[in-house]
Every structure is written in structure tokens, then in C-alpha cells.
Design a protein around this ligand. Structure first.
Ligand code: ATP
Length: 236
């Protein structure tokens, strides 16, 4: 049984069918990437999994449990955490407040404090800036904060939406090193990326979305040079 199983998922915004009949799986310990052109439905898929959007049809199962209609905070409690597109850190709150917010569903104060210390070890720049307002962090630091905030809920599945967006190449490399390390330590990750090559290099398997529908999927290393991937970006 896969950790995440999406079956025949459709999500609409009014008359717009953003995701149509999508099925995919993410196994425990895998990094799976979802790629496709602008507007292909990648973010919509992640937001359906984190329960921020209500699907019109289909099933989302997490660890064998149907979570299709679960409220978002219940999904977090079960172990689904998202680092959203555009980071969405609370600009007028400190780094530490943002991290504590990520742990809002947890009741174990001591565990949360221990995890804070762990985050500061993993992301030393956040440690140095723990009292700084999140809105004054650089883009790369904000991305690290968004990932660390998601980790503070102790997820079993991490949803990462466009972690490289708008960042300088050096910082992007740093972020992807973190992604690889997290996975080596056992984290299961569903990654959405515009940068297809980067995402495929960092993942085990890839799904390609076009206009809300799955066009093909496969082992990432086998798809890196596949012309169909390029095709998906040129929009057919
Ligand atoms: P990008 O890479 O540009 O973020 P994406 O693959 O993540 O694209 P989505 O953001 O999931 O794509 O959008 C899928 C489709 O749904 C697009 O046609 C988009 O215009 C539409 N859409 C997204 N959000 C909304 C919304 N809040 N209201 C109406 N339509 C929306």
C-alpha cells in the first residue's frame, strides 16, 4: 500500500476544470515529482491533498485512510504538511513564531521545543535569525522557513510547491540538498516544480500533467531526456 493514493481526482474552480481524473501514488520513502506547464493543475493537486480545496470527485487516501473530505487541520494531524507556493510565511511575525505555528496541531510542548532546536541545527540561518521578522528574510531564507514550518508538524508526507521559485541558482542547489537529505532520513515527498530537470534529478518517479490530466509517468532518471517532457512544457 502506498502512503498516498490519489484516484480519479477532479477539482474545479467554478466552470474551470483544473484537475481531471488524476490518479497517482506516492510510496513510503519516495520522492515523487509532479511537473507540467503553467496552469497544468499541479498546485491544485497539492492543495486537494492538503485539504485546502474540495475535489468534485475522486478519492484521496493517506496511509490507507480516506481523507478526501477531511478538514485541513485533521490532515496535518494525520501527517500531511505543505510548504505552499510563494512560501506564505507570516511576514510580521518572527521566524520562531512562524515555526511554532507549524506545530499548532501538536500538544507536546517539550517535543516542539526540541524540534525547534533541531530546525535551527538543520537550517542555521534560521537559527541566527530566530527573532527576525519573517517578511525581512531573503527569498531563500523564506523558502527554508516554509519548509521548516511544514516539518514542525512532524509530517509523514511533505508537499513542496515550487521550492525553487524566484531563487538564485546557488540557493536552489541548497534547497535541493535539503530535500535530498530529508528523504535520506526517511521523509516521503511530493514535489511540484517548474524546473523539470532539477525536479527529476531529485526524485524517484515523475508524473507529467497537461491541462489537468495525467499524460504519462515513469522513473525520473528514464524521463530526463524524454522528448515528451519537453513537449508537455511547450503545451502540446
Ligand atoms: P503554475 O505552475 O502556474 O503554478 P499549476 O500547474 O500549479 O500552474 P494550478 O495553479 O493548479 O496550475 O491551476 C490550474 C488551473 O486552475 C489554471 O487554469 C488556473 O487558472 C486555474 N485556477 C487556479 N486557481 C484558481 C482560482 N482560485 N480560481 C479560478 N481558477 C483557478
Amino acid at each position: 500500500m502506498a502512503l498516498l493514493e490519489i484516484e480519479n481526482l477532479s477539482v474545479n474552480y467554478g466552470a474551470i476544470q483544473a484537475v481531471r481524473g488524476l490518479s497517482l501514488e506516492v510510496g513510503e520513502g519516495e520522492v515523487v515529482t509532479l511537473i507540467g506547464a503553467n496552469g497544468a493543475g499541479k498546485t491544485t493537486t497539492l492543495r486537494a491533498v492538503s485539504r485546502m480545496l474540495r475535489p468534485v470527485s475522486g478519492t484521496i487516501r493517506f496511509a490507507g485512510r480516506d481523507i478526501t473530505r477531511l478538514p485541513p487541520d485533521e490532515a496535518v494531524k494525520l501527517g500531511v504538511a505543505q510548504s505552499p507556493e510563494g512560501r506564505q510565511v507570516l511576514a510580521r511575525q518572527s521566524v520562531e513564531d512562524n515555526l511554532e505555528l507549524g506545530a499548532y496541531v501538536r500538544g507536546d510542548r517539550a517535543g516542539v521545543q526540541a524540534d525547534l532546536r533541531q530546525m535551527y541545527e538543520r537550517f542555521p540561518r534560521l537559527g541566527e535569525r530566530r527573532a527576525q521578522l519573517a517578511g525581512t528574510l531573503s527569498g531563500g531564507e523564506q523558502q527554508m522557513l516554509a519548509i521548516a514550518r511544514a516539518l514542525m508538524s512532524r509530517p509523514r508526507l511533505l508537499l513542496l510547491d515550487e521550492p525553487s521559485l524566484g531563487l538564485a541558482p546557488l540557493i536552489v542547489r541548497e534547497i535541493f540538498t535539503i530535500i535530498r537529505e530529508l528523504n535520506e532520513q526517511g521523509m516521503t515527498i511530493l514535489l511540484v516544480e517548474q524546473n523539470a530537470k532539477l525536479a527529476m534529478n531529485a526524485s524517484h518517479r515523475t508524473y507529467v500533467l497537461e491541462a489537468g490530466q495525467l499524460t504519462f509517468s515513469g522513473i525520473s532518471s528514464e524521463l530526463v531526456d524524454d522528448e515528451r517532457v519537453l513537449h508537455a512544457y511547450l503545451g502540446g
